[in-house]
Structure formats: C-alpha cells, structure tokens
Ligand binder design. Structure first.
Ligand code: NIG
Ligand code: FE
Length: 395
C-alpha cells in the first residue's frame, strides 16, 4: 500500500541517467516503491498525496563533512581576516580552533545540544537529510565524549541520519603545547578506546604545523583496530601528503584537497577513497578552490559538503555550496547535484540513498523551482519547499 505519492514532478533528478519529466514517486514506509511515468503510478488510496505542480524533485542532500557541534563566536576573526590577517596568524595568536575549544569545554551537554540542533534544523530546512558530524573541539577525553554523545543524540532525536567522526587529532590542546607526543599518546591510548563506541570514523587534520604524516598514520592504524573508518583533512592549506596517506590506508575519504595534484587524485581513485570537497572554506578564506573536475577526470567519487564550522566555513545550506562548486570550482550543475547527494552517500558507505529508484530510502526534496539549475543560479534563496526523510514529510 502506498503511504505517500508525489505526482506532477516537472524534473526528477534520479542520479541514474537523465532526469525524468512528468514523473511520479510512490513510497511505502521508508522506501521508494515506484519511480516513473505519472500515468502508470500506483493509486494512493488512503496515503498522502502531494502534487508538485511541475516543480523539480531530487534526493535529500548528504552533508558528508561538518564540525556542527561547537560553542562560542568567532565573527571577530572573520573581520580580522578581511583586514589582512591570515588564518594561521590568528591561530598562533590564541584564536582559531583553540578559541572554540575553550568555549566548547565550558559549555554543558544540554547547551551544546541546543546549539547544534538549531543548526541542524536550519540544514534540514535547506534540504539536508543526512549529516556527518565531527568532534574535535574538545581535545580532552571528557569533552570529546560529550561532543560525540551530542552527535548521536542529534541522530536519535531529529528526523535525519547522522554519522559521527572522532577528530581528537584536530589540534594540539594548550595543556600539551610542549608535549606533542604526549597528546598523540592520549588520543591513541586513552581517547580511542573510549570514544570508539560513539564514532563511525576517525579523522586527523594532516597539515604542516598541525599533525604530520607519521602521527596521523599511528592514529588511523589504532582507530582501524577499533573498527573506525578513516576520513582525512588533507591538502587544505598546503600540499603536505594527506591525500596520499588517505589512499595508502584505504581511507573512506580525503577532504578539502585544495592543493591536491593529479597524482593524488589517481592514487585516491585506485584506492576507492572519495574526494570530499568543501568550497565554503576556500570561499571564506579567499583561497584557491579545490580542482573538482580533476577528481572526476581521475575517476574518484566526488562529494560536496558544507564543512560547517565557526572558523573557516559557517555554511549550513548545501544549496550555497552547490553554487560555489558550479561558479568557482567548475563543476557542471549535474555533477554538483550528484556530488551533494549520491557522492556524499557513497563517501559515507550509505548505499541506500542519494538516488531515486525503487528500493532506495525515501529521502527527497521538492523545490519551489522548475529545474535543479535554480539551486546554483539563485544561491541566496532557499528554494526547498518540502523535505521528506525516510518517507516522512519533515518540512
Ligand atoms: O575544516 N581544517 C581544520 N578544521 C576546520 C577549521 C576549524 C576551525 O577553524 O575551527 C576546517 O576548515
Ligand atoms: Fe573540516
């Protein structure tokens, strides 16, 4: 029996070949049971009927890289950068990641949940139905656990899917300033055994002056022993070797990649490592965009994500990210929509979504526009009219 029928779809992006016109989608429970011509769609019976009046429909956005849970405010740093200071200068001045760490350590679990849930609801209203959430603003055992509990609770209490990532190796905390190896020991020996039950993945910020290749290798190999997959902050501020490391260890993804080379892309493609591109960070830092087309040419799975964080990319809406990917990175509209949906799902190992076909999870967006090109074309307007997650209309 059909629980929900969408008809009158002017353009249906399935990520399985050309878009369909005059299409319909039937849903039973959480699952899509019919995709095709409106005339052949099953009867809706007592289910819910939505007529889309010629609007475009696409899969729900999969935001595969966020730092969603944090306290404090860093708008002052944004202004300082506009006045000419660099991200690294501000960080070495006590700002940057460590200023968010101080505010986050001081915040209660309830307060952090409230802040993050408010951000997550803005994401949902912008069409996101799956979110990856990293820790990394605790940098001590107690606060890292608090962040991952909040992330799990967001998945339990909100009508979306959440995947969690432990990013204990995001920065060296102030109390270990003079003892790098002591901090890596803490991450590997004390944190990983305790956080593993709350995390799906482990991430390391691999960068000149942050964490080196051998330090990262040690963290990832220990994380693998606890069953955590790898996601890697790689080649964001310089070319440093994080992408090659990601390929070498068979990471699920390497992320950012602004300074990656064709060799990096080829190594990632052979290893099955997704390229998760975050154009909001490059935009905010006014730095070069990652070479998106290069990763597609090399045969990588490409995902687009917000990187939502208070320092480099306070973006919540995937529509704006798609616009940056098209206008500044050189992806086509079709490539960018695919990367923001199917590509993100692949990077997270979620093969039940990101496409519209019979048997897929019913995560869908109905736009207030006739084609998906309106998303990048009108970047400052939220064109999302209806959001369906697991067959339920959540907005
Ligand atoms: O993805 N690169 C490292 N981490 C974040 C920035 C974190 C911050 O500045 O608070 C990023 O850009
Ligand atoms: Fe990031």
């Amino acid at each position: 029996m059909t629980d929900l029928l969408l008809a009158g779809i002017g353009q249906l992006v399935t990520n399985r070949g050309e878009p369909l016109r005059n299409a319909a989608i039937a849903i039973e429970g959480e699952t899509i049971t019919y995709v095709g011509n409106e005339a052949d769609a099953p009867a809706v019976g007592n289910g819910i009927f939505i007529h889309c009046e010629g609007a475009a429909v696409l899969p729900g956005f999969v935001d595969s890289h966020t730092h969603l849970i944090f306290a404090g405010d860093r708008s002052d740093e944004f202004s300082r950068r506009l006045a000419g200071e660099s991200y690294r200068q501000i960080a070495s001045d006590g700002g940057g990641i460590l200023s968010t760490v101080a505010a986050t350590r001081a915040a209660s679990e309830e307060h952090l949940f409230g802040l993050a849930a408010t951000r997550a609801w803005r994401m949902i209203r912008s069409g996101t139905t799956t979110i990856e959430i990293k820790s990394g603003y605790g940098l001590d055992l107690e606060t890292e656990l608090r962040l991952l509990r909040v992330a799990r609770r967001l998945g339990d209490d909100l009508p979306i899917t959440v995947r969690t990532t432990f990013l204990g190796a995001h920065s060296i905390p102030p109390e270990y300033r003079n003892d790098r190896s002591g901090y890596i020991d803490l991450v590997v020996e004390r944190m990983l055994p305790e956080v593993a039950a709350l995390a799906d993945y482990c991430d390391v910020f691999v960068e000149e002056g942050v964490f080196g290749i051998d330090e990262a290798r040690r963290v990832f190999s220990s994380a693998a022993g606890f069953g955590l997959g790898a996601r890697v902050h790689a080649e964001q501020l310089s070319r440093f070797g994080g992408a090659r490391l990601a390929a070498e260890i068979g990471a699920s993804s390497a992320d950012h990649l602004d300074h990656a080379t064709p060799d990096d892309a080829r190594a990632m493609a052979s290893a099955g490592t997704s390229a998760v591109l975050v154009p909001g960070a490059s935009y905010t830092l006014r730095s070069t965009q990652a070479p998106g087309p290069m990763f597609l040419d090399a045969g990588c799975n490409v995902a687009l994500a917000t990187d939502c964080n208070p320092g480099t990319s306070y973006f919540e809406a995937m529509g704006a990210i798609i616009s940056l990917a098209v206008v500044q990175m050189g992806l086509s509209v079709d490539q960018a929509i695919d990367a923001a949906t199917r590509g993100g799902a692949v990077s997270l190992g979620l093969d039940d979504r990101g496409v519209v076909e019979s048997g897929a999870r019913a995560d869908l967006i109905v736009l207030d526009a006739p084609t998906v090109a309106h998303i990048p074309y009108r970047p400052a307007t939220n064109l999302v009219a209806t959001v369906i997650s697991g067959g339920v209309v959540i907005r």
